[in-house]
Unconditional design. Structure first.
Length: 464
């Protein structure tokens, strides 16, 4: 059993009033440990600089909380930076109690807490080592499962942690029905598929090296049936990852998708899309946590020369959805609904002075589409808006392309929204797009059978 250790004190160990503090937690559960005498406290993460760096590097999860703290992390590690002695709200953190090992009960509190910190760090290091080993095993197993024919029967990777959390078991659960159906369908398609206009599906897929991250590609390809539909629908799938993740990505994709290094942080994803915007294929861009009805979206792209983005709004400063809108440059300073003060108000105004536009827009762009006819203009504008975050750059560029009569601007309604997670039981594959989906759950528990049935039908119809 994994022993995560803390000796009790009457208050927070080593707390400094007014000084920032950082706690370490595993699996989104704070480490609260007790000496069996109803006394308890948290272990402070010893390497405060490392914790701060982790928070900075995980800027994707940054959000200002009501107590002015910043929560950063993932399913595996979470760091909380807080200022001063502020009372935690109920429901903000979950707690778990661990018994102290024998031999520590009699130690003075300061010695016991110091030893607890050291042991905690050892356990964290051991857990990270186990995660790396699990990733290696999963990569090898995925490569074996997908080698040979690109559409051979596939195995669904399921990761199960044992009770010690120090070793991981990888199981391959056979599930070849979708792939078999796709193989038969694609073989019958023949040359007819070449008649379709090409669609390039570009997915930003960050942090594959995290334990849960490496399950995202298999979940999309196999559980949601993307791999079954791509060729039949005339879609090429490209996955954008960090440069250090290319090898992992290629093993997970096998022959079903391509992997490219994203040169820019996905906050500036328009700069990563621009090199692909050469007019040879319609572009459908998506984040990994958006479920796509590939057949419907490809049809939309092929039937219109309009840019498309979701109709829903962004997370506003009061933690409510804020409708996408455009603001004249002379009114930017007074616009406070969205996080202008954290992002790109000044940068957008500077870019527009160079580009010659009169407004800055903001909107939700986890999904957007660029027709071939608008791509050269988009790529040029992306370079002008290089210092502007995507939630401002992309809506502003789409607005300007419409004003300049290069491409009309349309919207699409996605089930869910910018800031919600939708349970699989509520979803239908007939919806054009859904956000946010849980790909870890999809990979480890599967998705409703209706998704696989839809994938088979879409593949069959795609050949006609």
């Amino acid at each position: 059993m994994l022993n995560l250790i803390l000796i009790a004190a009457m208050g927070l160990v080593g707390s400094g009033i007014g000084a920032p503090s950082c706690w370490s937690s595993l699996r989104d559960v704070d480490l609260l440990l007790s000496n069996g005498k109803q006394q308890r406290c948290k272990v402070r993460y010893a390497a405060l600089d490392d914790a701060k760096e982790a928070c900075i590097s995980k800027s994707w999860c940054g959000g200002v909380t009501e107590d002015n703290g910043i929560r950063c992390g993932s399913l595996i590690n979470k760091f909380e930076l807080r200022a001063g002695k502020r009372q935690e709200k109920k429901g903000f953190s979950s707690w778990v109690l661990h018994r102290m090992p024998e031999g520590l009960n009699g130690l003075p509190l300061h010695r016991a807490c110091n030893e607890s910190r050291q042991r905690l760090q050892v356990e964290i290091d051991a857990t990270h080592a186990a995660e790396r080993e699990a990733l290696r095993i999963r990569q090898d197993a995925t490569l074996r499962a997908t080698s040979g024919s690109a559409l051979a029967p596939w195995g669904r990777a399921v990761v199960a942690a044992n009770s010690s959390l120090q070793s991981w078991e990888l199981r391959l659960v056979e599930g070849g029905t979708v792939a078999d159906a796709c193989t038969n369908t694609v073989e019958k398609c023949g040359a007819g598929m070449g008649m379709k206009e090409s669609v390039l599906l570009i997915i930003h897929m960050p942090w594959l090296q995290e334990l849960t991250g490496a399950l995202r590609i298999p979940a999309l390809l196999h559980e949601l049936g993307y791999g079954c539909q791509l060729r039949a629908l005339g879609i090429q799938m490209v996955v954008l990852v960090q440069p250090v993740e290319l090898e992992v990505c290629r093993k997970l994709c096998a022959a079903l998708c391509e992997c490219h290094a994203a040169e820019h942080h996905r906050a500036y994803q328009h700069l990563n899309i621009a090199p692909f915007a050469d007019g040879t294929a319609h572009i459908l861009h998506s984040h990994a946590d958006v479920a796509l009805n590939l057949k419907e979206l490809a049809t939309v792209l092929r039937s219109s020369n309009a840019t498309v983005a979701p109709r829903g709004g962004l997370l506003g400063v009061k933690f409510t959805a804020t409708r996408s809108r455009c603001v004249p440059l002379d009114q930017l300073e007074g616009s406070t609904q969205w996080f202008w003060h954290l992002d790109s108000r000044r940068e957008c105004a500077a870019a527009q002075r160079e580009y010659g536009g009169g407004v800055c827009c903001y909107g939700w762009v986890d999904l957007f589409m660029i027709p071939k006819s608008a791509q050269h203009a988009f790529a040029q504008a992306a370079r002008t808006f290089r210092a502007v975050v995507a939630e401002v750059a992309v809506p502003t560029i789409f607005h300007e392309l419409s004003v300049r009569q290069i491409a009309p601007q349309n919207s699409i309604s996605c089930f869910g929204g910018c800031c919600t997670r939708v349970p699989w039981r509520q979803l239908s594959p007939l919806l054009p797009c859904v956000h946010r989906i849980d790909l870890y759950e999809a990979a480890t528990r599967g998705v409703p059978q209706r998704y696989k049935q839809h994938a088979r039908q879409a593949a069959r119809e795609g050949c006609n």
